[in-house]
Design a protein around this ligand. Sequence first.
Ligand code: ADP
Length: 259
Amino acid sequence: MYSLGIDVGSTQTKGVLLDNGDIIKTCIIGAGTGSVSSKKIIDRLFEDKQYNRNDVGIVVTTGYGRNNFDESDIQISELTAHSIGVCSCVDRVGTIIDIGGQDVKVMEIVDNKLKNFVMNDKCAAGTGRFLDMIARVFELEVSELGALAKKSTETVAISSVCTVFAESEIISHLSSGKKIEDICNGLLRSVALRAAGLTGRLFLSGKIVMSGGVAKNSGVVAWLSKEMKQEIVVPDNCEFMGAIGAAIYGEKKLRRDRK
Ligand code: ADP
């Protein structure tokens, strides 16, 4: 029996099919929340008939929209899901920084268990949504921001702490002749500084691991590493950590039920 983990995020929905501890298939779609995106994930995972939907023994959902899918057997919090997912891929985890579409969470991990956390879910600045907005202003894909920032030779300081004001600040920097890569670098720095600011409230030990979609942004990761004076580990499949954690949770439940 397979375990299916679905992370119904605010911007993307991720699915992971697990067979006896092995990830056998993943799927991501660029739409979050609501039951439609979870249904789509299931359709996509099984459309090529490589695996059979009827062989799924349990569906565990996590993420912002976890309660809105009627095929879900169990719902778990994103904190639980990310901590299980990351600890299954990385050893000696001390801190997890998860920057998603609409919030930033920092988790303190002791002996592979979540001990404490802080989060910012009050403001879009410093989240993936903020980066999506910046990409639109630059007429780029969000996946291009990291490479763009790498070309920067002089970081432009961004002073606005609000998404709306930051947008007008970008436009005024652009019209005053500042280079797009320098502005971009400054914006990625501001996102990293916000996340690093949250970690200050936790006890830091062991490896610092980044999960969530924004971990794919090499500029944010580089600034975060610089600010925290430590290497930041980014697992492969960083954006799937919540879905992986949900699937692992489901597999453990299946095993317990079988006993
Ligand atoms: P959620 O679970 O809330 O939907 P995710 O953890 O999936 O959030 O992260 C979504 C964010 O990740 C997007 O808003 C975007 O900024 C960022 N992102 C997604 N894919 C990439 C990519 N290929 N490169 C850089 N950033 C990305």
